[in-house]
Design a protein. Structure first.
Length: 567
């Protein structure tokens, strides 16, 4: 949810992502944002890349002849298990889907001569880096046109990095031309680029470092053969820079250089030997300095330090934790699983969260979080029966979390919920990084919004991620327009979360997939490889939904049948 800073998330996101519904057996969406080519394009307004951008408002359109083709490079070999085509009116009646590991030799994995247009979900089985759509018969006199060409699958290379390409820079000493450590960027020192923490960074000093050149150097501890460098940039990135090696931290050899740096995550193939590795920036992307979340060096030799073990992969079929809310009527939530957050809301919300006075079992297997308008606005709220205290408020509600009782990394997290739904209500089911309570501020702790609903948008629900580089109104997410009002029935909201992707669904229909590699190369760092805890709340007002209106009726119930975690 909007977490602990003002969110103000706009109802219309900057990018409207396609609401894809692959079958439950499909892997992650692996084609979005990948390089795409085609036999032709009707004009520059309809390029091949528009079919893999996740935007249902853009499309690829071919020339008006047969045959035509559209191809996507997945960037690595995957076990491909599904292709999804979202056609514009100019669709294909006959086509094949082909797969290749090298872009030269192709095998056909699907064929039809009875294409119907619309949205087509095709089960396929292939090991491929390249997937191509061969189009041989048109339904109209025009060309072929696709809103989206989506490929789903799972990585086939899940083993350790290739021999000779180990991480050499973890926790190695780093120095820089300048660094920043003040209220605007606390602790943005050179050591942050080698700590494998994607939410900490180095930045050049605001006092005297927003100049060219700017540099940062890592001491590998001994001579190494360097084969790869990974830079995860903050928005203050270098458009022109060099990667340099040195034996003595004085005389430098350039092994990579560019004048077209694009920021975000850049993975560079290099070749050279040296003990010291330097990023030497000569042109900045904006009026600020240089800033890196991560500067990773790979190769052989050096004096590497073993990084922490990665969290284990999840098992989406093993139930690890649940609450079925089977308590007696009017009983409070299980204190071994939940604790109430008591106090005023955030993000300009209007309610006061009580100590479970507004969160009770209904005796029918549900937890009800009730938002109420108190009898005398502005006066003391009714005393909380658990704490005996009271406060001044107009609205009361409940917010519960599992922090310190159940925290976890990766898994399938789902809840069956009937949301409150009217002007000014903001129910949510979400995860927050547990390190928030260990001093890591928001959004650096990470936030995974599985479900948010703003009452004025009766049919819409949202799933969104927040982290450094994409948060608040710029969070990375997608709406889903339901066929009936969100509050009209119970629905199951879920996320399947692992080290490389997240897939969000409603009632088993997957509508938003986040691919880690694509996120890092287009938005910012992935900060989701550590424990998170669960939050349920039913907010009143706030920056996004606005205040209740004349038509708003109270009380408003957010009713939860269960919450389950599989891992």
């Amino acid at each position: 949810m909007r977490s602990l800073l003002s969110l103000g998330l706009a109802a219309a996101l900057a990018v409207t992502l396609i609401q894809a519904t692959p079958s439950a057996a499909a892997g992650a969406l692996i084609s979005q944002g990948r390089p795409a080519t085609a036999s032709s394009s009707e004009s520059a307004a309809f390029p091949a890349t528009a079919a893999v951008d996740g935007d249902m408002g853009t499309r690829w359109s071919s020339g008006f002849s047969d045959p035509q083709w559209l191809q996507v490079d997945l960037g690595a070999t995957f076990a491909v298990d599904q292709v999804r085509l979202s056609w514009e009116a100019a669709f294909a009646t006959a086509y094949t889907v082909q797969a290749s590991t090298n872009g030269t030799t192709w095998s056909t994995v699907y064929t039809t001569a009875a294409g119907t247009g619309g949205t087509q979900t095709l089960p396929v089985t292939a090991s491929a880096r390249y997937v191509r759509l061969n189009l041989t018969a048109r339904a109209t006199q025009y060309g072929y046109s696709l809103w989206e060409f989506q490929v789903y699958g799972t990585p086939t290379d899940t083993g350790p990095p290739p021999t000779g390409d180990g991480l050499l820079s973890y926790n190695k000493p780093a120095t820089a031309s300048t660094f920043q450590d003040d209220g605007a960027c606390s602790g943005c020192v050179p050591a942050r680029v080698t700590d494998l923490d994607p939410a900490t960074r180095w930045a050049t000093s605001a006092t005297n470092g927003w100049v060219d050149p700017g540099w940062i150097t890592i001491d590998l501890g001994a001579t190494a053969t360097v084969t790869k460098v990974v830079l995860q940039w903050d928005p203050a990135f270098a458009t022109a820079y060099q990667i340099q090696l040195s034996d003595n931290n004085s005389t430098w050899r350039t092994v990579y250089q560019t004048t077209q740096g694009r920021g975000f995550k850049e993975t560079l193939t290099v070749s050279g030997t040296g003990r010291y590795v330097r990023m030497y920036g000569t042109a900045r992307s904006n009026g600020y300095g240089y800033s890196l979340w991560e500067f990773q060096v790979y190769g052989t030799g050096g004096n590497p330090t073993t990084p922490p073990a990665a969290p284990p992969a999840p098992n989406f079929t093993r139930l690890a934790w649940s609450d079925e809310f089977n308590g007696a009527a009017n009983s409070t939530p299980d204190a071994s699983k939940w604790k109430p957050e008591v106090g005023p809301g955030v993000n300009n919300e209007l309610q006061y969260y009580t100590n479970n006075n507004n969160a009770r079992m209904d005796g029918a297997g549900n937890l009800v979080i009730q938002a109420r308008r108190e009898v005398t606005p502005g006066s003391a709220c009714p005393p909380d029966p658990l704490s005996g205290g009271s406060t001044t408020c107009q609205y009361t509600s409940g917010r519960l979390n599992t922090n310190g009782k159940f925290d976890f990394t990766y898994g399938r997290v789902e809840a069956r919920i009937k949301v409150s739904s009217t002007q000014g209500l903001w129910p949510a089911f979400w995860l927050l990084g547990s390190n928030f309570f260990q001093g890591r501020p928001w959004p650096a702790c990470g936030e995974i919004d599985i479900m948010e609903h703003v009452g004025r948008e009766l049919n819409n629900v949202y799933s969104t991620l927040h982290a450094p580089g994409y948060y608040g109104a710029g969070g990375f997410g997608s709406p889903l327009a339901l066929s009936t009002p969100a509050g009209s029935q119970f629905r199951t909201f879920a996320v399947d979360w692992n080290a490389t992707s997240m897939r969000f669904s409603v009632d088993g229909n997957y509508f938003f997939t986040v691919d880690r590699a694509n996120l890092e190369s287009t938005r910012g760092p992935w900060v989701y490889d550590h424990p998170f805890f669960i939050i349920l709340n039913n907010a009143v007002g706030g920056d996004w939904p606005g205040p209740p209106g004349a038509s708003t009726q109270f009380p408003q119930n957010m009713t939860i049948d269960y919450v389950r975690v599989y891992r």
